[in-house]
Design a protein around this ligand. Structure first.
Ligand SMILES: Cc1cc2nc3c(=O)[nH]c(=O)nc-3n(C[C@H](O)[C@H](O)[C@H](O)COP(=O)(O)O)c2cc1C
Length: 190
């Protein structure tokens, strides 16, 4: 079974991104072995390495970064759930990407954005960053434009009203996850 890591891209107190991650995890269970990696559990310091992580075979990362890299390496595919902060991904998420060396090489990443414009610009900044670490972003993405707290409860259940929509978030997510698994299988041949 494809192993998927769902990355919770916000670590702030009172965040709602964890709800979106749970929603993704609940849905992903039908296709994959899905685990949430929450940036709140990885207090990664700002990148402070003399050599770029991808060009340094002798890295000596601090404990939190080392754990992040070790855990990340264990998956075939990823979902990054990102809010939009000032038209971009959160700084904590960008730093978590910047410390990555080769852990995501040739692996697919599905992008889920939320914010008043669905996190579209945060997703766009991830599309710029991910090729730098050798990862492959899926062509499509899922955008949640409504306030997350209004549509997803603390256990990751989407509201019944949205669940019923034929081309609503649930359908989009399911299609995205199915595509992610297909990409993971195809890219494994690399
Ligand atoms: C510092 C900050 C900046 C934000 N900037 C934007 C923005 O530029 N565009 C947008 O659509 N929403 C913006 N928002 C709203 C958040 O993207 C939205 O509320 C999101 O669901 C918050 O996720 P979180 O609670 O997990 O941090 C911002 C929120 C914060 C805290």
């Amino acid at each position: 079974m494809t192993k998927i890591a769902i990355i919770t891209g916000s670590s702030r107190t009172g965040r709602v991104t964890d709800r979106v991650s749970k929603w993704v995890a609940n849905n992903a269970k039908q296709f994959a072995d899905a685990t949430i990696l929450d940036l709140q559990d990885y207090p990664i310091p700002f990148l402070d390495e003399a050599v770029s992580p991808r060009f340094n075979p002798n890295r000596t990362p601090d404990e939190a970064t080392a754990k992040w890299l070790k855990d990340l390496a264990d998956y075939d595919a990823y979902v990054i759930v990102t809010p939009e902060y000032n038209r971009s991904m959160p700084g904590v998420l960008k730093n978590a990407v910047d410390v990555i060396g080769h852990e995501l090489d040739d692996k697919p990443v599905a992008l889920i954005g939320h914010g008043s414009t669905g996190g579209a610009q945060a997703v766009a900044t991830l599309r710029l960053a991910l090729p730098g670490i050798g990862a492959v972003a899926l062509p499509q993405a899922v955008f949640l434009t409504q306030p997350v707290a209004d549509i997803i409860d603390e256990d990751g259940n989407l509201s019944d009203e949205l669940k019923k929509q034929t081309f609503g978030p649930e359908t989009n997510l399911e299609m995205q996850l199915q595509t992610l698994v297909r990409y993971a299988k195809a890219l494994k041949n690399l």
